[in-house]
Ligand binder design. Structure first.
Ligand code: GDP
Ligand code: CA
Length: 333
């Protein structure tokens, strides 16, 4: 195998891809050449406009993580960040105050916004930004169109009894502490895949669904019209890794999102939600954590080839081992 495609959200997908690249370079992945090329199709439904700037959190997390510019403690944003602009904005009392834009990070958003306003497409802008960051992968936004995830939450003050907030407000300001009643992905049905995205699913040797959020990361990517059907028809094997370990997410808010869309919050629940290709789903193989070994029999019964291995991305070596197990599971198909 010389070509690998990953459908990624932000932090979980970026850490996975870093370990995947490490594993490929070390020749640790069964059947995958050490010079194999990796394409990452990134979720863009977390994007928002803030203070006049176009911010793409998942694309940036991927770019900064793989380009060695990430703040390793926070897991998002730039290393050695300063916050002067945020402080100045707060002094003016300008909303939103809850979305933290660092000074270094703002440079990225300024370049992106300027290029978009000059008429470039998001995929072209991403390519330009990657010339600086050299992420070691081909990084593609899922679409060049504007798509934004919103979350419906209960609000006793509102006449309808509920209120809809942008996904970033749900996650950053509300810290996903209130139950999500519905996930609405505005613009998704009208979106078209960005250039190169469908080819990345068909002209490849392996497709990986990393342990990214199954609803608001991988789910939105798969929801771009044409994408799911193209993946289902792809000759390449598709393997996934569970973001749910021991019955909940490792970090983030996958539990809340899965609950909102009525999917059981478990490694088996997510595997069966993606589904076995043999029964109309997407997956040829599914990895769950050792703690979720009970999921194996359940998934296998549904025709999904499943293996339990350690799935904690503690460092690149551990993550590379996960990637190797994923490749191995479908290589022997
Ligand atoms: P986001 O866009 O920053 O939320 O990142 P992703 O959607 O790419 O990934 C978020 C998911 O990664 C969450 O659902 C976590 O449960 C999962 N995750 C984070 N760290 C780990 C880990 O070490 N192991 C596994 N299996 N999942 C993880
Ligand atoms: Ca995200």
């Amino acid at each position: 195998m010389r070509r690998v495609t990953v459908l990624s959200g932000g932090m979980g997908g970026a850490r996975f891809t870093a370990g995947l690249l490490h594993g490929i370079a070390q020749g640790l992945l069964p059947g995958v050449a050490p010079d194999a090329e990796v394409t990452v199709v990134a979720n863009t439904a977390d994007d928002l406009w803030v203070h006049g700037l176009k911010v793409c959190p998942d694309l940036d997390t991927l770019m900064y993580t793989l380009g060695d510019g990430i703040d390793p403690e926070r897991g998002w944003g730039r290393r050695e960040e300063t916050w002067s602009v945020r402080e100045e904005l707060a002094t003016y009392g300008v909303e939103p105050t809850w979305f933290g834009l660092g000074d270094r990070d703002i440079a990225t958003h300024l370049v992106r916004t300027q290029m978009l306003e000059a008429g470039y497409r998001l995929s072209q802008v991403t390519e330009a930004l990657c010339r600086r960051w050299q992420p070691g992968v081909r990084l593609l936004p899922m679409t060049d169109d504007r798509v934004e995830t919103h979350v419906a939450i209960a609000d006793t003050q509102a006449p309808s009894g509920r209120r809809v907030v942008h996904f970033q407000e749900y996650w950053v300001r509300l810290r996903a502490e209130v139950p999500a009643e519905q996930v609405l992905v505005v613009g998704l049905e009208q979106a078209t895949p960005a250039p190169g995205v469908l080819e990345a699913l068909t002209d490849t040797d392996l497709v990986v669904l990393p342990p990214s959020n199954p609803v608001v990361s991988v789910g939105t990517i798969l929801g771009v019209p044409g994408l799911r059907d193209t993946l289902r028809a792809s000759p390449a094997p598709v393997v996934g890794l569970s973001p749910i370990v021991g019955g909940t997410h490792v970090r983030g808010m996958a539990r809340q999102m899965l609950t909102a869309v009525g999917v059981e919050v478990s490694a088996a629940g997510v595997g069966l939600h993606y589904g076995a290709r043999a029964s109309g789903g997407l997956l040829d193989g599914w990895l769950v954590d050792e703690r979720d070994a009970d999921a194996v029999a359940r998934c296998e019964t549904a025709g999904l080839r499943t293996l339990a291995v350690p799935l904690m991305m503690t460092d690149d070596a551990a993550t590379a081992a996960m990637a190797a197990a994923a490749a191995g599971l479908v290589a022997e198909r």
